[in-house]
Ligand binder design. Structure first.
Ligand code: AKG
Ligand code: FE2
Length: 267
């Protein structure tokens, strides 16, 4: 009798002590679904960045589209997408966001450190992406205390006319966790990608979907730890569970692998 395989051996999260070229290439190729790196940045740096962020006010993402609310410091492209195009408002908001980040009492840019850590073993260039010749933002600090709905991220679907000035052959989402709650706050990733039938599960006016959209798909659940970095393919549906006891703050940005083997990041 042949045995029935119920788990996809390639739908796994690898744990490593740093971002290795083979793992990033494997994520792009579908050999892995996520890469987790504990102690990605020194604990002192994580704590200094968190202390700086704890003293400044966070805004909410557009609460009509993002409910329950998610707080953020810095801006992302998702709040400035109008009919699949990046609106001019993004650039004005980016100027204010750059000023707010550079006013933090830190003598380095935490996103520079994240890009350097992610690219340390990567053979190609690692840089911030451009859109229409202009450099996009480097990322955002996000605080989804009440969780993220089940959703996917795919700039090629969200910005069909193209968001970045290069051809992307793979996309990743990067998160570095700076503060995690005592309980809850797990990230769940399902082995399910968008299909046209999924739109019947879409929550009204929301970025999210009813959780039934993922059906019986297999999933893995990650409990973030302070200092840990997570890189995954955000075309797989994912969600963040609500937190209890403490803020859940992370730095996040999108990463695109280009057709010339570079890694381009944006917020
Ligand atoms: O905070 C997380 O763990 C994941 C957030 C998310 O939705 C993403 O990175 O695309
Ligand atoms: Fe996401």
């Amino acid at each position: 009798m042949t045995s029935v395989c119920t788990r996809d051996p390639f739908f796994v999260a690898v744990e490593a002590s740093g971002f290795e070229r083979d793992h990033i290439a494997g994520l792009a190729a579908g050999r892995y679904a996520a890469i987790q790196v504990a102690d990605f940045l020194p604990a002192q740096i994580c704590s200094d960045v968190l202390t700086a962020l704890a003293r400044v006010p966070f805004d909410a993402y557009d609460t009509k589209r993002v409910d329950p609310p998610v707080f953020r410091f810095g801006i992302g492209v998702s709040d400035h997408r109008v009919d699949g195009v990046l609106a001019e408002t993004y650039w004005t908001a980016l100027d204010s966001s750059r000023q707010a980040w550079s006013a933090l009492p830190l003598d380095y840019d935490p996103f520079d450190l994240c890009r350097a850590g992610l690219g340390r073993d990567w053979p190609g260039a690692v840089r911030i992406a451009r859109s229409g010749g202009r450099e996009l933002g480097p990322g955002v600090a996000r605080e989804p205390n009440q969780g993220f709905q089940v959703h996917f991220d795919d700039s090629i679907r969200e910005f069909p006319g193209r968001l970045v000035d290069v051809n992307l052959v793979a996309q990743f989402a990067f998160n570095l966790y700076l503060s995690v709650p005592e309980d809850g706050g797990q990230t769940i990733v399902w082995r399910h990608r968008w299909g046209p039938g999924d739109e019947s599960f879409r929550l009204p006016d929301s970025y999210g979907y009813r959780s039934a959209v993922v059906g019986e798909s297999e999933s893995f659940t990650l409990s973030p730890a302070v200092g840990q970095a997570l890189l995954f393919d955000p075309r797989n549906y994912h969600a963040v569970l609500p937190s209890r006891g403490g803020r859940r703050i992370g730095l996040g940005f999108a990463v695109g692998l280009t057709d010339s083997g570079e890694l381009h990041m944006w917020g």
